[in-house]
Design a protein around this ligand. Structure first.
Ligand code: C2E
Ligand code: MG
Ligand code: MG
Length: 430
């Protein structure tokens, strides 16, 4: 049980029966001052999208979840562990541990018990939590330990599928960089620093272009051209990606309109939309408003949504996808094969296009069994009346293999890298 021996009520968070922040720091500092051989760690953890739970289930249920979650946290410590609710759904846990394996096991146990949190009626909430862990060093104070565990938690938030991270000094540097990016991102969008590059999609048989993908780049003053891998995770964590995606959509539509007006034959362009769009139901209308603004037919825009965005969140987004399709937009599942591909997704969801992930293709075609898997996916998709396009195609051999299994479209460096719009238009549009 938690150490609450001589604790007065004023030092308690009454909801979760844990320490409040100041009392927690005092208790931890006391413990750290006692010269023992014990290793201590600080966990800093919060519940993903807890606000949504409050919104969906109401505050009473929200409180119940917090209380039960606090109990789960205590299960990973021992009799001398100290728990604190810092604010809202953020908790710190101070505990003793034996070695790194022991600590990792406790972090894994926390993931597991979070999935077991039950509602009063006995339903599982399956909470997903992000945790930062700091292994306390001699001389550290409680506040330093909390700060570092929190840095590791923020870092875990930036990682796809990241559940917990151990603190290291590089994380601090990367969070400083993140802060810099967040300070300038709004102005960067206003100043037109985000550029849309286009990568052609090619019909393997005719060798002719059949579409393009819009991929964002950031021309940062004094830094140069920055690739999305270094800013998209940050924008996904802080929600700014939603604005950026809409901006890219607007620029793509604007350019299509100009090109059509100048008499060019244009091809459909796919635009990437982050998982963050699933947190509201605005996307279908926004798509429709934008094509109306530029007087474009919906078939010219294809919405790309990465497979991993669909793995969580229950079926909340099914309506959204159905609407997008019913409005006549293209809809592609991006990066298929990169995560826990669920074939059910293919059956149930209204995707028209399947994009096979570049890594899946690269690392696995050497193996005959994997070739069978890819070729079966292509067959199955075509039987489901979906188009299949393979991403990241770099060699002639890969093209031959794709041809042999009936995959008709490819995108990759073999044909072209993503190109600045003027270069793309010069080379591909007539
Ligand atoms: P993605 O949508 O799967 O895009 C394909 C990525 O593969 C692009 O990286 C592209 O440059 C790269 N690629 C294409 N052909 C090859 C090849 O032959 N070999 C290799 N090794 N790579 C190839 P990029 O442009 O760096 O984009 C990375 C990811 O960033 C995209 O993956 C997408 O998830 C995200 N992204 C890019 N632009 C946007 C955007 O406007 N909004 C959102 N939400 N995400 C975006
Ligand atoms: Mg994509
Ligand atoms: Mg992709």
């Amino acid at each position: 049980m938690i150490r609450l021996r001589s604790l007065q009520k004023v030092n308690l968070d009454t909801l979760t029966n844990s320490y409040n922040f100041n009392a927690f720091l005092d208790e931890v500092n006391k413990q750290l001052k006692q010269k023992t051989q014990t290793s201590y760690a600080m966990f800093y953890t919060d519940i993903n999208q807890f606000k949504l739970m409050n919104d969906n289930f109401g505050y009473q249920e929200g409180d119940y979840i917090l209380k039960t979650f606090a109990d789960s946290l205590l299960q990973i410590g021992d009799t001398n562990s100290i728990l604190c609710r810092i604010t809202g759904d953020k908790f710190a846990l101070f505990l003793a541990y034996e070695d790194l394996d022991d600590l990792t096991n406790r972090a894994l146990k926390l993931q597991a018990v979070s999935k077991q949190v039950c509602s009063p009626s006995g339903e599982f909430y399956k909470l997903s939590v992000r945790t930062g862990i700091y292994q306390i060093q001699p001389g550290d104070t409680a506040i330093v330990a909390v700060d570092r565990a929190n840095i590791a938690r923020k870092y875990a938030q930036l990682q796809r599928n990241g559940n917990f991270e151990f603190y290291n000094d590089e994380m601090r540097v990367s969070l400083i960089e993140q802060k810099k990016i967040e300070d300038v991102m709004e102005d960067a969008l206003q100043n037109g620093e985000f550029l849309v590059y286009y990568q052609p999609k090619i019909n393997i048989t005719t060798k002719k272009i059949c579409g393009a993908e819009a991929l964002v780049r950031w021309m940062r003053p004094e830094v140069g051209l920055v690739s999305p891998a270094s800013f998209i995770p940050i924008f996904e964590a802080n929600g700014f990606i939603v604005n950026l995606d809409y901006y890219v959509l607007d620029r793509v539509c604007n350019r299509l309109r100009e090109l059509i007006d100048q008499g060019f034959s244009v091809y459909p362009v796919s635009v990437n939309f982050s998982r963050e769009h699933f947190k509201s139901d605005a996307l279908p209308e926004r798509l429709r408003q934008t094509i109306q603004k530029y007087q474009l037919p919906p078939e010219l825009i294809e919405v790309e949504i990465t497979e991993s965005a669909l793995a969580s969140n229950d079926r909340y987004w099914l309506n959204l996808l159905n609407k997008i399709r019913s409005y006549g937009f293209g809809l592609a599942m991006d990066d298929f094969g990169s995560g826990m591909s669920s074939l059910n997704l293919l059956c149930d969801l209204p995707f028209k296009v399947l994009k096979i992930d570049k890594d899946f293709f690269h690392t696995k075609t050497t193996n005959i069994r994997e070739r069978i898997v890819i070729s079966s996916i292509v067959t199955m998709a075509s039987q489901l009346d979906m188009d299949v396009i393979c991403e990241g195609v770099e060699t002639e051999d890969q093209i031959k293999f794709l041809q042999s299994i009936g995959c008709t479209m490819a995108q990759g460096y073999y044909y072209d890298k993503p190109l600045p719009s003027d270069v793309y238009e010069e080379k591909y549009l007539t």
